[in-house]
Design a protein around this ligand. Structure first.
Ligand code: ZN
Ligand code: ZN
Length: 359
């Protein structure tokens, strides 16, 4: 049995338990997870007893045959219509759908084409996301490769970095090195934020020249569909004590959170471990986001390592640990690794050093 078949079987069992006859999967990431199909247009109808049908459009006739080991229907018109034709033909009465992966227009299209004896029913949000949280061996290997590539790309880009370079030039260098090393592409828009601009947690690189001072670099690469994510700080010129103290506080918080990662503990308690350190340093209010997130086929997946996520960590979960502090008019510091939850604790996958870097 292929890994995709195993995943479909696990989901089909849940479909049965929910008293549905089939589940319509509209998230492309979930479609990929369940079938291996990587095209940009597809739905999957998964029956409670296991079989699945992939619906796509004529651009993907060849690709779907190569990638998918379940039934494929190539739709001539809207996918919605083909799906509902199948629902009518197979007399499927209760069809579940993913409420968090459908828009109003598509919902109206589905409802219009719904056979009179069938009924649509939303499943809980994140039903498949929960299955995807725990990675299998193959996925872990792909995440490891994406993480290693990302670290190599930073190393190569920093060799070519000179103070006075613009944020956009450094971001472009990072993307170029990453692609040259075999990345599918960036996992998100590379962040390079210098000086005061580092106070913006999701800064977009601009024409500002870098240095002297701090630079925040947050980068990720997709490799064979799987994401990596890392943030490192670089300081051009010698760092002052204010910077060093803040850097050490964030690093201590990050290490405390990593030390808290183990099976059975909640995502929220890992977040608390980081927050506690920053509180002791008087920097708790400057930590304006959660401590981390799951990653895999998407850069942000469940769980969310925030104050209210009660998800219990399990071996095989891939998460980021990334506390940060942001001070308007001064700058910001974030340190982020990709971490794998193991049977006994965790393994930090990111090999890049976290020693203070002064260039
Ligand atoms: Zn992240
Ligand atoms: Zn990041």
């Amino acid at each position: 049995m292929t890994i995709e078949e195993t995943r479909r079987q696990r989901l089909a069992q849940q479909v049965g338990e929910l008293k549905l006859d089939a589940l319509l999967v509209t998230s492309l990431h979930n479609v990929r997870y369940l079938t291996g199909f990587t095209g940009s247009s597809a739905n999957v109808l998964l029956y409670r007893d296991g079989p699945a049908v992939l619906f796509t459009d004529p651009r993907y006739t060849v690709q779907s045959k190569q990638q998918v080991n379940c039934a494929v229907r190539v739709a001539k018109g809207p996918l919605t219509k083909s799906v509902m034709k199948e629902v009518g033909r197979k007399r499927v009465s209760r069809v579940g759908f993913e409420p968090d992966h459908i828009n109003v227009a598509r919902m109206e299209g589905l409802t219009r084409a719904l056979p009179s004896k069938s009924r649509l029913q939303p499943v809980e949000e994140g039903l498949i996301a929960k299955l995807r949280m725990v990675k299998d061996e193959g996925e872990i290997a792909l995440i490891r490769a994406a993480v290693a590539l990302n670290s190599q790309a930073l190393e190569s880009a920093l060799k070519r970095f000179k103070p006075g370079m613009t944020e956009t030039a450094l971001a472009a260098e990072i993307d170029y090195q990453s692609r040259k090393l075999g990345a599918d592409g960036p996992a998100f828009d590379t962040i390079v934020a210098a000086g005061e601009r580092a106070a913006l947690p999701h800064a977009h690189p601009g024409p500002a020249k870098i240095g002297p001072g701090m630079v925040l670099i947050d980068m990720g690469a997709f490799k064979d569909g799987y994401a990596s994510d890392m943030t490192r700080m670089v300081h051009t010129g010698p760092a002052d004590s204010v910077y060093k103290n803040a850097y050490n506080a964030v690093l201590e918080a990050q290490l405390a959170a990593i030390a808290a990662v183990r099976p059975g503990t909640t995502a929220a308690s890992v977040d608390r471990a980081a927050r506690k350190i920053l509180q002791q340093r008087g920097l708790e209010k400057e930590f304006v986001h959660s401590t981390g997130h799951g990653l895999g086929l998407e850069i942000h997946e469940a769980p969310r390592l925030g104050k209210s996520d009660k998800t219990k960590l399990e071996p095989g979960m891939a998460i980021t640990i990334e506390p940060g502090v942001y001070i308007e008019g001064w700058g910001g510091i974030r340190i982020e690794d990709t971490v794998l939850v193991t049977e006994t604790g965790c393994e930090v996958l990111t090999p890049t050093s976290k020693n203070l870097i002064e260039i």
